[in-house]
Design a protein around this ligand. Structure first.
Ligand SMILES: [Zn+2]
Length: 289
């Protein structure tokens, strides 16, 4: 791991950050040129070795805990974008509203089509609202880095037999036994994570054989990113540290021991998001190998 360094950012003042090697292949790209989507002081790099796109530094965990909780950075970023282009910002908000009226994929939909009951983990669970729609046969657990909302989720989950942990996901995951979970939800989470591969490896351990994770991340391979460039809605500095394509998500998941499937509609270039199922091999799969 590299030494932390201090940088100055307009929004947050002087904060400690840690340089990141490529989260997919581990290459040290600190000397590689910053790509066209960089915004000082956040260089966006495309790994010359494997093609993964990422911000090559991340705020230290303590900073994320305190001054940079996601809710706050999201607000800062929304304000920045609103000021930058008031018209397209309003238009995209209207579009999003319209989209909400259409049937769409949900974590509940994916999970309930595969299993009827079990321990369910929500990584980056926020205030726990996403688990509210699940039937009582599912016991909700969560890990959330923001202290305030983690406490709200914990109250909700305890009433249903589970609980929420206030920690970075990698640390929270280590507290669960092997094979504890039937399924996990990684909805709008993995793009924030400074160490996505170690988290996926820990998750593979904590899932039961045959267990699976439902993953939703922004689709860097989308047409919209190509058309909108740096104005694409998937760019958030420095909240979104990782920019996945269907190919790089599949490759990272494979390195953690998962088989990835996208179904018919999980990786459409016309969608700003990727939906994927990361499956851990069942005991039967393992015997076959
Ligand atoms: Zn790489």
């Amino acid at each position: 791991m590299h030494e932390a360094m201090f940088i100055r950012s307009e929004e947050f003042g002087t904060i400690p950050v840690r340089p990141r090697d490529c989260p997919l292949c581990g290459s040290d790209n600190r000397d590689a040129p910053a790509g066209r989507y960089s915004r000082a002081p956040w260089p966006v790099k495309e790994c010359p070795a494997c093609g993964f796109v990422y911000i090559d530094r991340a705020p230290e965990f303590e900073v994320q805990f305190e001054t940079m909780a996601w809710e706050r950075t999201t607000k800062v970023e929304e304000r920045r974008r609103a000021e930058l282009r008031p018209f397209s910002y309003k238009a995209s908000k209207r579009t999003r509203f319209r989209m909400h009226l259409l049937p769409k994929r949900t974590v509940l939909g994916y999970v309930a089509s595969r299993i009827r009951a079990g321990n369910l983990l929500d990584l980056g669970c926020g205030d726990g609202q996403a688990m509210a729609s699940f039937p009582d046969s599912f016991i909700p657990y969560g890990i959330e880095i923001s202290m305030e909302v983690a406490a709200i989720a914990d109250r909700k989950f305890r009433a249903r037999g589970g609980y929420a942990i206030n920690a970075a996901c990698i640390d929270g995951l280590r507290r669960f036994p092997d094979g504890f979970f039937a399924a996990a939800s990684l909805r709008s989470y993995l793009e924030h994570e400074a160490e996505p591969l170690p988290v996926l490896q820990q998750l593979a351990r904590a899932l039961a054989p045959g267990g699976f994770a439902v993953v939703k991340v922004p689709n860097y391979g989308s047409l919209n990113r190509r058309i909108m460039g740096s104005r694409w809605c998937g760019f958030r500095y420095p909240d979104h540290l990782n920019y996945f394509t269907p190919a790089t998500l599949r490759e990272m998941a494979a390195r953690a021991g998962f088989a990835t499937s996208y179904g018919l509609t999980g990786r459409l270039p016309t969608s700003d998001n990727i939906w994927a199922i990361l499956a851990k091999p069942s005991a039967e799969d393992e015997r076959r190998v």
